[in-house]
Design a protein around this ligand. Structure first.
Ligand code: ATP
Length: 199
C-alpha cells in the first residue's frame, strides 16, 4: 500500500484545485517558509479523521477552510481526497485503489466518503487500524512529536507499540463491547426495578 495522490480544494492555503501525485518511493516536498508544506501533512491527517483543531494548528475546525487573501475571496468549504494504492490489499477491502475524502462547510456540516460513497468517521478509522496510517498511526510524525513520544507517559508510548504490532483493532472492539455490556447491564437493572415495582 502506498499513497498515490492527494487532491485538495479550499483546504488552508490551497484555494485552487490541486493534485499531488506520488509514486512508490520517497517524495520530498520543498518550498520557502510559509508556502504550505505542513498544510499538505495537515490535509492527510485531517482526511484520516483528525478531530482536534490544535493538532491541525488552528483554533477551530473551520480554520481549515481557505480564509481568503487580498486577491481571493474566502471559500465556503474545504475538500481533501486521499487515494491509496491497495493492490497488496493491506487495507481489508477488495478494491485495488481506495479513495478517502472529507468535506467540511463553514456551517459545520461535514461528510466522509469512501470510494465516493458517504461513510462514517468510524469506517475510515477502522479501515486503517493497525496499518500505521490512521490519524494515530506512526506514519505521520509532526514537528516536536518525537520529543513528545520520548518524554511522554509510558501508557501513551504504549499506544504506538500497540499500533505497530497490530492489536489496536482488537482493543477498540473490546472497549466497544465492554461499553455495550455496561449499558445492557444498566437496562437489566432498570427492567428488574420495573418488575419489582409491579409485583
Ligand atoms: P515552514 O517551512 O515555515 O514550516 P510551511 O511551508 O510548512 O512553512 P505552512 O505552515 O504549511 O507552511 O503554511 C502556512 C501558510 O498557510 C500561511 O501563509 C498561512 O497564512 C496559510 N494558511 C493556513 N491556514 C489558512 C487558511 N485557512 N486560509 C488561507 N491560508 C491559510
Amino acid at each position: 500500500m502506498y499513497l498515490k495522490s492527494i487532491e485538495l480544494y479550499g483546504f488552508k492555503s490551497f484555494a485552487h484545485k490541486m493534485k499531488f501525485e506520488f509514486h512508490n518511493g520517497i517524495t520530498g516536498i520543498v518550498g520557502p517558509n510559509g508556502s504550505g508544506k505542513s498544510n499538505v501533512a495537515d490535509a492527510v491527517r485531517w482526511v484520516l479523521g483528525e478531530q482536534s483543531a490544535k493538532q491541525l494548528r488552528g483554533a477551530s475546525m473551520q480554520d481549515v477552510i481557505f480564509a481568503g487573501t487580498e486577491a481571493r475571496k474566502p471559500l465556503s468549504y474545504a475538500y481533501v481526497a486521499l487515494t491509496m494504492d491497495n493492490s497488496d490489499h493491506v487495507l481489508p477491502v477488495d478494491y485495488e485503489e481506495v479513495t478517502i475524502a472529507r468535506r467540511v462547510y463553514r456551517s459545520g456540516e461535514s461528510e466522509y466518503l469512501l470510494n465516493g460513497t458517504p461513510c462514517r468517521l468510524k469506517d475510515v478509522s477502522e479501515l486503517f487500524y493497525d496499518t500505521g496510517v490512521g490519524k494515530e498511526g506512526y506514519s505521520i510524525i509532526g514537528q516536536g512529536q518525537i520529543e513528545k513520544i520520548l518524554s511522554g507517559k509510558p501508557e501513551d508510548r504504549r499506544e504506538l507499540f500497540d499500533e505497530a504490532v497490530g492489536i489496536v483493532k482488537y482493543k477498540k472492539r473490546k472497549a466497544a463491547s465492554v461499553k455495550k455490556l455496561e449499558s445492557e447491564r444498566e437496562n437489566l437493572v432498570r427492567v428488574n426495578d420495573i418488575l419489582s415495582e409491579q409485583e
